[in-house]
Design a protein around this ligand. Structure first.
Ligand code: GLV
Ligand code: MN
Ligand code: MN
Length: 422
């Protein structure tokens, strides 16, 4: 695929560079100059969607925005209306994100379709590329909104959730030009899909340590996210003696240390407190209220559930001892998901056919496949990440590795056999 149309970018000299050029282009669509932040239903979401729609059309696809703001492109097979092999990833980001998490899978899939189109090659199945509008779940504290809508598992109650500015998802959808009462229209039927395959930056250091550009994902770890509020008593920083205080932030600090210590002593478990807010938030006022989040993950669901229950017990004990009122809400619970053996085998064969060792690794990060598995079998292909750095502006993939990923994905598409013939 040396002549693969440089990911559609005419200026780039190689397929890898073409992918990098588009990663940079999408990476510049951000709410904050100099750093990448692109949230669901923002004006940057709209601009990125327009950009992806253009790339899909240029690659010979019919492209549209669906009822939740996913960008959907379709390349027909050797006759119209055939079930599809669905490829894709997400185009929302975390705050101050890296450029590769999500867009790499979208841009590479479009590049593969562009190459098939250039050769005028049609397959005995359709290919759809989907760019999911929300995977990270940063704006509304509810993840996988785009893929859940496609899988038909979108929970309508999240429409009432509000972002940091108090805007409800319902209003944000309407403002974007989408109808919050018709999210159901984004759902796809099981019979329309043969499989969902996602290419994604690894976001960890394993492939780099193995000196491999690509790897086959075995399973995606489950995750639980909690929102914790501690309420004590605000007061004067100069007059209230230490022994008489009910300082909510000091309580939260102890909880955060407890999360870290607990996860340290339990192999295979990871726990993160990523958000903390204290009110009223003044130097000379004892914090009366503290809010923080906990994200806990493990490869096995039983392990994660047991650990979360134990962590909540410890936080309850801590709050009792400090006479703080406690509220713990589960904001997100995702089971771990296995990649389908028949599909994993085809990913491994494509990797081997491109001359690499087919190395298997699990995914600690969440992905849209966790939702897509409700309507079809899923598989994932990881591309090496420099230094294992992700959810950070230094996130990086070498152009040569991006090109290797594109070659493997194209090989997989060309050799793809649906489950009943695989
Ligand atoms: C998504 O990137 C997640 O794993 O939180
Ligand atoms: Mn991602
Ligand atoms: Mn991410």
């Amino acid at each position: 695929m040396s002549e693969m149309e440089a990911a559609g970018s005419r200026k780039a000299a190689s397929p890898g560079e073409g992918i990098v050029a588009r990663i940079d282009e999408l990476g510049n669509i951000s709410e904050a100059p100099g750093q990448l932040t692109r949230y669901f239903l923002s004006k940057e979401h709209r601009a990125a969607a327009e950009c992806i729609l253009g790339w899909m059309r240029e690659a010979g696809m019919r492209a549209r925005l669906d009822a939740i703001g996913n960008v959907c492109g379709r390349y027909e097979g050797d006759r119209p209306g055939l079930p599809c092999l669905m490829l894709g990833s997400h185009y929302d980001t975390v705050r101050n994100a890296g450029k590769w998490d999500g867009p790499l899978g979208i841009i590479t899939a479009i590049a593969c379709v562009a190459e098939l189109n250039r050769r005028n090659q049609r397959l005995p199945f359709a290919i759809e590329v989907i760019a999911f509008a929300d995977e990270e779940g940063v704006r509304f504290a509810s993840t996988l909104l785009g893929s859940r809508a496609v899988a038909g598992t979108f929970d309508e109650s999240v429409l009432n959730s509000r972002d940091r500015d108090g805007i409800s998802m319902r209003d944000a959808l309407a403002e974007f030009g989408l109808d919050p009462d018709h999210i159901g229209a984004a759902a796809r039927a099981r019979r329309e899909l043969l499989a969902y395959v996602e290419l994604h930056i690894e976001q960890g250091p394993v492939l780099e340590a193995e000196q491999l550009p690509v790897g086959v994902v075995t399973a995606i770890s489950g995750a639980t996210r909690l929102a914790v509020t501690l309420a004590g008593m605000a007061g004067h920083a100069g007059t209230v003696p230490m022994a008489l205080r009910r300082d909510a932030l000091a309580g939260a600090a102890e909880c955060i240390s407890a999360v870290e210590q607990f996860c340290h002593t339990d192999t295979g478990l990871v726990g993160t407190v990523g958000v903390i807010e204290a009110t009223p938030g003044a130097t000379n006022v004892i914090p009366g209220r503290a809010f923080f989040t906990i994200d806990m993950r493990a490869a096995s669901d039983a392990h994660r559930r047991k650990a979360v229950a134990e962590m909540v017990r410890r936080i309850e004990a801590l709050a009792r001892r400090r006479k703080l009122a406690l509220q713990v809400d589960v904001t997100h619970e995702n089971r771990s998901v296995q990649c389908a053996p028949w599909l994993k085998r085809q990913v491994a064969e494509a990797i081997a056919a491109e001359g690499f060792r087919a190395f298997e690794l699990p995914s600690g990060a969440g992905h849209d496949g966790m939702a897509m598995v409700d309507i079809t079998d899923i598989a994932m292909l990881f591309v090496r990440c420099r230094g294992g750095i992700s959810h950070h502006p230094d996130e990086h993939v070498d152009a040569a590795d991006a090109a290797a990923g594109a070659r493997v994905l194209l090989r997989l598409i060309e050799n793809f056999k649906p489950r009943d013939v695989a």
